[in-house]
Structures are given as structure tokens and as C-alpha cells.
Design a protein around this ligand. Structure first.
Ligand code: RTP
Ligand code: MG
Length: 145
């Protein structure tokens, strides 16, 4: 007998550039059109502590401080996205980190560009593993823990 696939959850953020540009609905539309569901959704003005926890793996890198400053520049929308394979699936929807290199058809490829600023503004974040998703969900939705 084959195993029942595990429903996965991914922690997705619409970053401040996406929020400012009115792209939150478009990102959520693409998630739902793909067939994933929204298990939680919130507009949040992140604290420095939340952002430092979220991006702990990047501490010490040259883009760390500009990244935290960018992520503090306005509200973000946090979502818990649910569906089989949605961790890799959402990363595929998002496209490459660099919006200039991201393929057309992806969120970053269709909607992102190089703005000539210090840190890449690439509209969305998506968890890169189940372990990251659990860690990040506790940061953005402590009540779900
Ligand atoms: P994310 O974590 O936001 O989903 O993006 P990612 O996995 O594709 O990229 P990651 O390497 O984890 O980097 C986190 C975010 O930092 C910004 N970044 N800018 N050299 C740069 O300008 C640079 N490098 C990284 C991006 O906003 C990236 O998404
Ligand atoms: Mg990442």
C-alpha cells in the first residue's frame, strides 16, 4: 500500500514592497489558483526581534542590515499556505531570488525588477524546508504553536 502524502505547510510573506505596490491580492490569487489553501493570514508590522529571528541564518552577511531595514519599512502579509508539496511548490511559484533572473511566469519574474537599491526587493518569502516552515510559523503565528 502506498503511503498517504503528508499535507505540508509553508510560511509565506508578502514583503513590504509587495504590500506597498498593492500586490498582496495577486500573490494570494496565485497561491489559491495553484490549488493551495490559506490556513492563516495576517497583516503584520514586524518588530526587529521578529525579523532577526526570521532571518537568523543570514546574520553577519553583507545584506543582513539592509534586509532588516527593508523588511521593517512597512507592513507585510504573513500566510500559512497548505497543500501537498507546497513548500517546494511555492518556491517554484515565487521564482529565483533575483527578480531580474527569475523566469517569466513566476511571481518575482512577472512582478519584480531591480530597483537599483542595496538589497533585493523580491515581493515574497517562502519557507525552504519543513523545518524552516515550523520555525517561521512560530515567529509569525505564535498562537498556532
Ligand atoms: P526568502 O528567504 O526571502 O524567501 O528568499 P530566498 O530564500 O530566495 O533568498 P535568501 O538567500 O534566503 O535571502 C533572503 C532575502 O535577502 C534578500 N537578499 N538580497 N545580495 C542581495 O541583494 C540580497 N541577497 C539576499 C532578498 O530579499 C532575499 O529574498
Ligand atoms: Mg531564504
Amino acid at each position: 500500500m502506498t503511503e498517504t502524502p503528508q499535507t505540508e505547510r509553508s510560511l509565506v510573506l508578502v514583503k513590504p514592497d509587495g504590500y506597498r505596490r498593492g500586490l498582496t491580492g495577486e500573490v494570494l490569487r496565485r497561491i489559491e489558483a495553484k490549488g493551495y489553501t490559506l490556513a492563516a493570514l495576517a497583516v503584520v508590522s514586524p518588530t526587529r526581534e521578529q525579523l532577526a529571528a526570521h532571518y537568523a541564518e543570514h546574520e553577519g552577511k553583507p545584506f543582513y542590515e539592509p534586509l532588516l531595514e527593508f523588511m521593517s519599512s512597512g507592513p507585510v502579509t504573513a500566510a500559512v499556505v497548505e497543500g501537498n508539496g507546497c513548500i517546494a511548490g511555492f518556491r517554484a511559484l515565487a521564482g529565483a531570488t533575483d527578480p531580474t533572473a527569475a523566469a517569466p511566469g513566476t511571481i518575482r519574474g512577472d512582478l519584480g525588477r531591480d530597483w537599483g537599491v542595496q538589497v533585493q526587493q523580491n515581493i515574497v518569502h517562502g519557507s525552504d524546508s519543513a523545518r524552516s516552515a515550523a520555525r517561521e510559523t512560530a515567529i509569525w503565528f505564535p498562537e498556532l504553536g
